[in-house]
Design a protein. Structure first.
Length: 355
């Protein structure tokens, strides 16, 4: 971590702001011990910065900062940060696989640090800040290795990806003042992220300004067809096998018809036999949000676009590997951009999906 954090430690402990109340502790224990949730153990430099992106991700129940990979039992922050152990700063993400898949968890993980940096990450140097995916079973191992290979082939980086894929051995929860640090010390956390260069790196490699601001209802009625408005704004459903993209096999991306934000790629599209476009995962999990929909007398997970807030469809856990998810999406919610037309439409940043 960084020296200023050591100065803050006594004050934080003295003020008692690191303590969890009994209900919070009980809730965390229930999540950890529940069969409902799967766990991903990930390292990518400062655990403050790897913890935060997953905190509000749909389907994630808890994110815990700690130490993984070494042989020493119950290490302290001082021991790990000084390089006296073989542990690395890590997080454990407890997630509901019916809502968000391990593949989607890794997609978000890769976009939080520099996977080509052997010495650590940004301000944090040394083995204890190196990156690793600790798989819990053969399924996670297969997904992690495939995810790394896919990123290597994408051409996003000029140097080799050095992130390790290792079998999970242990995880020791870090001291309480490290948990949810972005909430306890928001000013310092923000300054650290900005000063470390992490945010600048993420923006230069991953982020783009393709998401448009959604317009008001009156404007949308003018812009959209009657069916597009019914589906995106009134949570409607179009007819199966009688929609624009259910059997589209062209190479390209699918964007929100309202906001233009990138949602899905033809590389993740598959034939589900349902009569609607089906995908194993979004291009970027941050561009979609998921809410429980019980309008039909049964609990389903609705999928909406993040920026445009358009109703897209629903996600089910009967899809193919690697995610086992099926994003069943209405064609009326989408606009298809052909691969050859990405650049002229301002989506050249997504050419890498097809390399």
């Amino acid at each position: 971590m960084k020296k200023i954090a050591l100065v803050l430690i006594p004050l934080i402990i003295f003020l008692g702001c690191s303590k969890m109340n009994s209900s919070e502790m009980k809730n965390e224990e229930e999540i950890i011990n529940s069969d409902k949730y799967s766990v991903a153990t990930l390292a990518g430099g400062c655990f403050w910065c790897i913890e935060t992106p997953f905190e509000n991700l749909d389907g994630v129940a808890a994110v815990i900062s700690g130490y993984s990979g070494g042989t020493e039992e119950n290490p302290t922050y001082q021991q790990v940060s000084s390089g006296k152990t073989k542990h690395v700063e890590s997080v454990q993400v407890y997630f509901d696989p019916d809502i968000v898949s391990y593949t989607e968890i890794l997609d978000l993980y890769w976009k939080q640090f520099d996977p080509t940096d052997e010495g650590g990450s940004f301000y944090d140097r040394g083995y204890q800040y190196s990156s690793a995916i600790f798989y819990h079973d053969n399924y996670q191992k297969e997904i992690a290795e495939a995810s790394k290979t896919e990123l290597e082939k994408s051409g996003m980086f000029s140097k080799n990806i050095v992130t390790r894929v290792e079998e999970f051995k242990n995880f020791y929860k870090a001291e309480e003042y490290h948990q949810d640090y972005y909430l306890k010390e928001p000013t310092h956390y923000k300054k650290y992220r900005e000063g470390s260069g992490r945010d600048a790196f993420i923006a230069s490699v991953w982020e783009s300004d393709k998401a448009r601001t959604s317009k008001n209802k009156a404007d949308l009625k003018e812009k959209l067809t009657e069916l597009q408005y019914y589906v995106t704004q009134e949570n409607g459903t179009e007819r199966a096998f009688q929609n624009e993209y259910w059997d589209n096999n062209e190479k390209g991306i699918y964007v929100d018809v309202v906001s233009g934000e990138v949602l899905f790629s033809s590389t993740d599209k598959f034939k589900s036999g349902t009569g609607w476009p089906s995908f194993t995962k979004p291009v970027d999990i941050r561009n979609v949000k998921k809410v429980v929909d019980d309008s039909m007398g049964m609990a389903r997970v609705e999928v909406r676009s993040k920026s445009g807030d358009s109703h897209l469809g629903h996600v089910f856990n009967d899809g193919p590997q690697p995610t086992n998810l099926r994003y069943c999406v209405n064609s009326a919610s989408l606009k298809f951009i052909k691969y050859d037309e990405l650049k002229e439409n301002g989506y050249e940043d997504y050419v890498y999906l097809f390399n």
